[in-house]
Design a protein. Structure first.
Length: 316
């Protein structure tokens, strides 16, 4: 007989591990599939996560994995290639050269940032090239900021980072509307009509951005307004998704397909570590309730079949 687990969690970041911790403590058979490096591992230190502020993300994840293991949760270092729903309500989870049957699936696959081809990017991403001042604006507050990236998000990003520094410059050839320009002028944010093509370092410290026109713009922190997309197409193959490919969920983390749940950045692009952790914990009871209702349905059907068989035997 094929092994069936109560839950297959796709993604071993904080959201997925939080869900696994709850399900392990609830006595539910669970496998976590670790597909590789998570988005948070691109930074050097975790921020805005009480009890872990300043720790390397690898240490935070290592602690979480150790806690999950205590409750008998298996973590497979394999990428899930696909998930196929079956007529009997189970899900075939394909990973490596194997298939695992699961009663529920929790998507914790996260998202990725779509970055332009910039010189010096590998040295800067996650440190000097930043995407959210909420996470690490404190470390560079009051310094020289340069903002660039996709036009539709530039004014919002420049205005937002201004709360951490009054020295903000936008670099873009985009034709801003009068309303957008008025907003930037009110905050004394300069606009340079050019395009950023690279980052320049002195040792390990960012000192300037270079542009298509050959300009060098001195700065201490660069903020990029980047598009984001789902890190996996699993959600799109299983349930309703938004324009980024992220699962649409209700307050319980339930998707449009019964038995499929999603947490963290797999459903919410703005979720930080604390949000992902809370989402993972929040989804746990709803997965357990789903499993309970399916068990009650199974037992009800069995009882009806038994009653029908008993009646048939007495009639004959």
């Amino acid at each position: 007989m094929e092994r069936i687990v109560d839950a297959a969690i796709v993604g071993a970041g904080v959201g997925g591990l939080s869900a696994a911790l709850f399900l392990g403590r609830a006595g539910r058979s669970t496998i976590v599939f670790d597909g590789g490096k998570t988005r948070i591992e691109s930074v050097e230190e975790v921020r805005e996560y009480p009890g872990f502020d300043g720790l390397p993300p690898q240490e935070v994840l290592s602690r979480a994995r150790a806690e999950v293991h205590k409750y008998g949760i298996e973590i497979k270092r394999q990428r899930v290639a696909s998930v196929t729903p079956r007529a009997d309500g189970l899900f075939e989870v394909y990973h490596g050269h194997s298939v695992t049957l699961a009663r529920t699936v929790v998507l914790a696959t996260g998202l990725i940032d779509k970055l332009p081809p910039l010189s010096g990017l590998p040295m800067s991403w996650g440190r000097d090239l930043r995407v959210c001042p909420c996470f690490d604006g404190y470390e560079v507050q009051g310094k020289r900021f340069v903002v660039f990236g996709v036009p539709k998000r530039l004014v919002h990003m420049a205005s937002w980072v201004w709360m951490w520094s009054r020295d903000v410059t936008v670099v873009s050839e985009h034709a801003f509307t009068d309303v957008e320009l008025d907003r930037l002028r009110l905050l004394d944010i300069d606009v340079i009509a050019d395009e950023v093509t690279g980052l320049v370092h002195s040792g390990e410290r960012l000192e300037a951005l270079i542009t298509r026109k050959g300009n060098s713009i001195a700065c201490d922190a660069a903020w990029i307004a980047a598009d984001m997309v789902a890190a996996s197409d699993l959600a799109a193959s299983l349930c309703d998704v938004d324009e980024m490919g992220l699962a649409r969920v209700d307050s319980a983390g339930r998707t449009s397909r019964p038995g499929i749940f999603a947490v963290g950045n797999a459903a919410d692009p703005a979720a930080h570590l604390a949000h992902a952790s809370a989402a993972g914990t929040n989804v746990g009871p709803h997965v357990v309730m789903y499993l309970l209702e399916r068990e009650i349905e199974r037992r009800t059907a069995n009882q009806k079949n038994a009653d029908s068989a008993d009646i048939s035997q007495r009639v004959s």
